[in-house]
Design a protein around this ligand. Structure first.
Ligand code: B12
Ligand code: SF4
Length: 445
């Protein structure tokens, strides 16, 4: 009898100027791990960003609604970023712990590694080097956002056997067969979002929060966003299946914080999100849960009903995709107008949300953007009784704004994704602490 293929899944380190676990989990990889496990593979998982590693001091996973700082160690900056007056770090567990964990996991037949943010690839490169040194002949396959957006760069710069672009629920079964010689018996139709097993969050040392994906894709196509490149098809789960998943993590694993990762959670809310929120409210679980939407919601879809249902279901963190509050001038997206914004803010307030619970993301550092436009957006958001949150622009290859970003940048963006890191303000003439301070002052004034 053939033995089950042994698959080791790796979430690599972050190399960056700043990083914090603001509800960031490698959900795509954890879905693949769950699918492979249910399809008969022996799956192990090493998370280089594990804040609850056994070598760490023990801490309560529920603190800060599950969020918290990563361990960090200063490392050298990538050479092209010498102009940025900030320290660069490796975020996550000690490399020795990683080596030890690799050895304790035992030799796998295949390593599957993700990389969630393109400009974090140096962390994946470091992980690949160490995996190679411990298991020189084990194949490594890289997938995820970086692999999808910059496949050519990944093939050239990372010592891996294969780079896989795009959604991979179906492809991963072929990969296992290709590299191990045994074909897993699929537990379900891997493309069916309602049938696919839950992400393998239980392979972590703790489950401080559960990321949820109720849908894929987005009907909009904003100039700065990669949603369509990553998830070209719009698909949605049955609201009942989402509700059941929430109940599962809550009842069997004690999870109270749930984080929606959808790009378009509220589109057609009356037959999707509203149904999920009503089910939570009616079950009584809403009293016990904290829901969060750090990935912005579409303002236009916040009706009075939706606002009240969100509150009754236990929503604690609402983030709105505003991008610029100079509504009449916007041409990079058409997803909200002034009236819709004011109305949504009023509904959320009426439903009982406090100012500090509602944040509006405003994009800063866009090619050719006048900082005064960001400041006037800050004022408009504040007038609506909402907290402005500055999100610095990260240029992405393949998006409509890419050419303008390349033209505006002081770096050769095409040459290396590290230059697309929003922390370096890549589309400005220079990195500027003053500008960041100016926005902060305006927000707090
Ligand atoms: C949820 C989300 C977040 C969450 C959590 C992110 C995280 N996990 O770390 C939050 C809200 C915290 C967040 C924050 C930010 N985000 Co974000 N985020 C997303 C979002 C919407 C979904 C990612 C996701 O989990 N998708 C669901 C899973 C199922 O899909 P997946 O990861 O792609 O996995 C599939 C495939 O890639 C593949 N796969 C994955 N791993 C592997 C491994 C192998 C071996 C294989 C074969 C396949 C494979 O199979 C999976 C299943 O099909 C994406 C946009 C998008 N639509 O993807 C943006 C996105 C990743 N974020 C982006 C950005 C820019 C940011 C911010 C910098 C925004 C800002 N300006 O402040 C911050 C910074 C994050 C930080 N420093 O921690 C950009 C990244 C661009 C880039 N250059 O890489 C994206 C693409 C959005 C965009 N602008 O277009 N984000
Ligand atoms: S609405 Fe949001 S997710 Fe959709 S394309 Fe625009 S920025 Fe991307």
């Amino acid at each position: 009898m053939k033995t089950a293929p042994r698959i080791l899944c790796i979430n690599p380190w972050i190399h960056d100027f700043a990083a914090y676990d603001f509800w960031a989990k490698p959900l795509g990889l954890l879905y693949l791990a769950g699918l492979l496990r249910a399809s008969g593979c022996r799956v192990t998982y090493i998370d280089c960003l594990d804040r609850f590693h056994p070598n760490e001091k023990s801490r309560d996973p529920s603190l800060g609604h599950g969020r918290g700082p990563y361990r960090k160690a200063f490392i050298d900056k990538p050479s092209g970023l010498a102009d940025v007056p900030r320290r660069y770090s490796r975020y996550g567990i000690e490399p020795d712990w990683f080596t030890q964990d690799l050895k304790s996991a035992g030799r796998p037949d295949l390593v599957l590694m993700t990389c969630v943010m393109a400009y974090w690839y140096p962390g994946a490169a470091e992980a690949a080097r160490i995996i190679r040194s411990v298991y020189p002949d084990v194949p490594i396959v890289l997938g995820g956002v970086y692999a999808t957006l910059y496949p050519g760069h990944a093939k050239e710069c990372l010592n891996v056997d294969e780079v896989v672009s795009g959604q991979a629920e179906a492809a991963v079964l072929d990969l296992v067969e290709k590299y191990t010689g045994s074909r897993p018996e699929p537990a379900c139709d891997p493309r069916d979002m309602d049938a696919i097993p839950y992400p393998a969050l239980d392979l972590q040392h703790a489950i401080p929060y559960a990321p949820l994906l109720t849908s894929k894709g987005c009907p909009f196509s904003c100039d700065y966003c990669a949603s369509r490149l990553l998830q070209p098809e719009i698909r949605r789960r049955d609201p009942r299946a989402v509700f059941d998943e929430i109940g599962f993590w809550h009842r069997y694993h004690g999870v109270r914080d749930f984080v929606f990762y959808d790009d378009a959670l509220l589109v057609n809310a009356s037959n999707h999100a509203d149904v999920i929120f009503s089910m939570i409210r009616d079950s009584g679980m809403g009293m016990d849960l904290h829901l969060h939407t750090p990935n912005a919601l579409h303002v236009r879809n916040i009706s009075k009903t939706t606002a009240f249902l969100m509150r009754q279901a236990g929503m604690k963190t609402v983030r709105l995709g505003v991008e610029t509050a100079e509504f009449e001038k916007r041409d990079m997206d058409r997803k909200v107008c002034a009236q819709e914004f004011k109305q949504a803010a009023a509904y959320l307030k009426e439903a009982g949300f406090f100012r500090f619970e509602i944040g509006a993301y405003l994009l800063a550092g866009l090619p050719g953007q006048d900082p005064a436009a960001v400041e006037s957006s800050i004022d408009i958001v504040k007038q609506a009784g909402i907290t402005p949150i500055i999100a610095h622009y990260s240029p992405i290859a393949g998006t409509k704004m890419w050419d303008a970003a390349k033209a505006a940048s002081r770096y050769n963006l095409e040459s290396d994704p590290v230059f697309t890191n929003n922390a370096v303000m890549p589309c400005q003439q220079a990195f500027s602490w003053e500008l960041a301070a100016r926005f902060k002052k305006r927000i707090n004034s």
